[in-house]
Design a protein around this ligand. Structure first.
Ligand code: PLP
Length: 378
């Protein structure tokens, strides 16, 4: 049987990985500045993480959510503490799209409405009930028939208020920092404004931190740069360092009831072991501090590259923007310089999303390779 061919592939086959280095089948080493779409938070094959997963697998990997699982309780407690969101409750699932779907469900059950406000270039997943994908304003993923999604530009509070005033809006969903769309983000005034409007019009504010969460922005959640408290926070990607785990953190204003949400795989013993190991490493190795330090270094070092028009994002969720399509540059960086970076819907943007363990030396290596590549492409 062939694979259903939906991904354009580079001709590279990784067989091993350690921290920020990926080795292919020919023994060639690559610097990973992309973390597989921002998934590898604590570094590839981090030893404590591997040991914890192996040990868990030797004991029990999975059972049903209808039976007590103390690892879920431990994960929730650690997550609440490290993220400074102890008053929220945790529902576990297995991916980012599933997290967002569950968030939409909770919101809709809460206020009985269904219209969703999302933002231009947002990305919230690719399942049929996930809210939306825009690619140059074109919706490329189907939307559940019950959900009408209205897209608005970022940072225009008047337009948000006009929609909320109509009385049929269930939720406003927004990424802490846009990932796939190209690293645009709301201003503090905008985040605080939508929080206020959502409270005023009894609309649920969902923060999609699937990509921007788990320390990537230099704070545990990107919205924490803006001093707001969302109603629901969506998690995945960095949460399991490659093990599929997602979740939603739900504010105390929502009441749980049996059967409201459910999942088969979410919160398995193995997933929780991965989640706990990730949080322990983020805390013990002070990876949020590292994200901030490397970010400060990056901002200085990138000044050596005059071709860059703009640096977008925060912490280790970054994009460097040029005034040309970067596909050839990105390809050259991978194939010839052996450095993985990412692309975005904005074709002029190179995305930098390394593991949170990345060192300044690796950024220096990247800058040298970037300068060489730009010169060679001229
Ligand atoms: N939300 C955001 C902000 C994302 O970046 C992504 C994936 O890139 C998703 C949701 C979907 O996550 P998943 O692919 O795990 O379903």
């Amino acid at each position: 049987m062939n694979l259903f061919d939906v991904y354009p592939l580079y001709n590279i086959t990784p067989v091993k990985a350690l921290d920020c280095t990926i080795t292919d089948e020919n023994g060639v080493e690559y610097l990973d500045l992309y973390s597989g779409h921002g998934v590898i938070s604590i570094g590839h094959t981090q030893p404590d993480y591997v040991a914890k997963l192996k040990n868990q697998l030797d004991n029990i990997g999975f059972y049903s959510n209808a039976i007590q699982n103390p690892l879920q309780v431990e994960l929730a407690a650690k997550l609440g503490k490290l993220s400074d969101c102890e008053e929220y409750s945790l529902f576990l699932c297995s991916s980012g799209a599933e997290a967002n779907e569950n968030a939409l469900k909770v919101a809709s059950f809460h206020n009985g409405k269904s219209r969703v406000i999302a933002f231009d270039n947002s990305f919230h997943g690719r399942t049929s009930a996930a809210v939306a994908v825009t690619d140059n304003k074109k919706i490329v993923a189907p939307i559940n028939a019950q959900q009408i999604v209205t897209f608005l530009p970022l940072n225009n509070l008047d337009l948000v208020e006009t929609e909320l005033k109509k009385g049929d809006v269930c939720t406003v969903i927004i990424e802490g920092i846009q990932g796939v769309g190209g690293l645009d983000e709301g201003t503090t005034e905008f985040f605080q404004g939508i929080e206020k409007l959502c409270n005023q019009y009894e609309v649920v504010l969902i923060l999609d931190e699937v990509q921007s969460g788990y320390g990537r922005s230099g704070k545990f959640f990107a919205f924490q740069h803006h001093n707001i408290k969302p109603d629901i926070i969506c998690l995945a990607k960095g949460m399991g360092n490659g093990f599929p785990i997602g979740g939603i953190m739900i504010s105390p204003k929502f009441t749980a009831s049996y059967g409201l949400l459910g999942t088969t795989f979410g919160g398995s013993h193995l997933a929780c072991a991965a989640g706990i190991a990730v949080l322990d490493v983020i805390e013990n190795q002070k990876l949020m501090n590292n994200a901030n330090e490397v970010y400060a270094y990056f901002l200085e070092a990138i000044k050596q590259v005059p071709e860059i028009v703009k640096v977008k994002g925060k912490g280790l969720m970054l994009g460097v923007e040029f005034d040309f399509d970067v596909s050839a540059l990105r390809k050259k960086m991978i194939v010839e310089k052996h450095i993985f970076t990412g692309s975005a819907n904005n074709k002029n943007l190179l995305r930098i999303l390394p593991p949170l363990t990345i060192k300044k030396e690796a950024i220096a290596t990247f800058i040298v390779a970037l300068k060489e590549s730009l010169a060679e492409l001229k």
